[in-house]
Design a protein around this ligand. Structure first.
Ligand SMILES: Nc1ncnc2c1ncn2[C@@H]1O[C@H](COP(=O)(O)OP(=O)(O)OP(=O)(O)O)[C@@H](O)[C@H]1O
Ligand SMILES: CC(C)(CO)[C@@H](O)C(=O)[O-]
Ligand code: BAL
Length: 281
């Protein structure tokens, strides 16, 4: 399995596939783990052909250190993909090939979705994500594309992107895969000190307790409780905790009748930023 390095080569490969075959796309930034594997397996089960893209997209990073230190493990990534299916097409282009040396993002209006949580704390992030995902969709023209609920807000952004840009692709959301102690799998976990990584189950434990308390308390009280928990824990620094109406991802303070809620969290551990989320009802 040899990764395809250029758009031109990829188009040549895709042109050899009969148009009656379905094509699934799994966009990633590499350093693959079992969370990615679950997306790839689902794509393989639901499509005749699958493309996995591996591209650390510079325009979605608002922090240069985060970009420079992003783990890169292409050889191991290929091994993981090969074990799932030998005919998966791996697309691992260079920045120059994708952006033609102008690393500018498009500007999108995602109906306010881009202004809360990840959008608020990572300025320009969703414009960068939209730019690369739109470029991949236009290049590859998949019938289905697979995204993880670990990045739940991103999943919603991509659904909005396909709507506003009229991109004919079905977006498939996949459940969060966790490490044995509950920490959501993430490529950035590789950068954690092993001791801190073990302790980071604290993040998911907090979400589980918040879910339990949410049955009895209001959103404001839960937020106060979570803030207090993090104030007392010196290993982790809370960036945000929000309870949202899952239909709009608008943060709420009070419960509203007949509404589904989801809680979102972003935390720094060892200067590494981790996110997670949970359905509350
Ligand atoms: N634990 C997980 N469970 C399910 N899907 C996941 C998980 N981790 C990542 N994904 C999904 O895989 C796709 C590619 O994600 P990406 O390559 O950024 O990996 P990542 O582990 O999220 O890395 P990081 O959070 O460190 O950027 C995204 O759609 C993402 O939501
Ligand atoms: C969707 C994506 C591959 C775009 O670079 C990235 O944001 C990710 O890995 O979640
Ligand atoms: N997994 C989301 C991509 C990012 O953190 O930039």
């Amino acid at each position: 399995m040899v990764p395809i390095k250029t758009k031109k080569e990829l188009l040549k490969k895709l042109n050899n596939i009969n148009k009656s075959n379905s094509l699934g796309l799994v966009p990633t930034m590499g350093a693959l783990h079992l969370g990615h594997a679950s997306l790839i397996k689902r794509a393989v089960a639901e499509n005749d052909f699958v493309v996995v893209s591996i591209f650390v997209n510079p325009t979605q990073f608002n922090n240069q250190e985060d970009l420079l230190k992003y783990p890169k493990t292409l050889t191991e990534d290929i091994d993981l993909i090969k074990k799932i299916a030998s005919d998966i097409i791996v697309f691992a282009p260079t920045v120059a090939d994708i952006y033609n040396n102008t690393t500018e993002s498009n500007t999108y209006a995602f109906n306010g979705l881009e202004k809360v949580m990840e959008g608020a704390f990572r300025p320009g992030h969703f414009n960068g994500v939209g730019t690369i995902v739109e470029a991949l969709f236009r290049l590859i023209e998949p019938e289905r594309a697979y995204f993880g609920e670990k990045d739940f807000q991103q999943l919603r952004i991509i659904q909005k992107l396909t709507e506003i840009q009229r991109l004919p692709v079905q977006i498939v959301g996949c459940p969060i895969v966790r490490e044995p102690h509950g920490l959501a799998m993430s490529s950035r976990n590789e950068r954690l000190d092993p001791k801190v990584r073990k302790k980071a189950s604290f993040i998911y434990d907090t979400l589980l307790s918040a879910k339990q308390k949410f049955g009895m308390d209001n959103a404001f009280k839960i937020k106060e409780w979570v803030t207090q928990e993090f104030n007392e824990n010196t290993d982790f620094e809370l960036e945000y905790f929000e309870i949202t109406d899952v239909a709009t991802l608008t943060p709420i303070q009070q419960k509203i009748e007949n509404t589904k809620y989801r809680a979102f969290i972003a935390v720094f551990a060892d200067n590494i930023r981790l996110i997670d989320n949970i359905a509350l009802n």
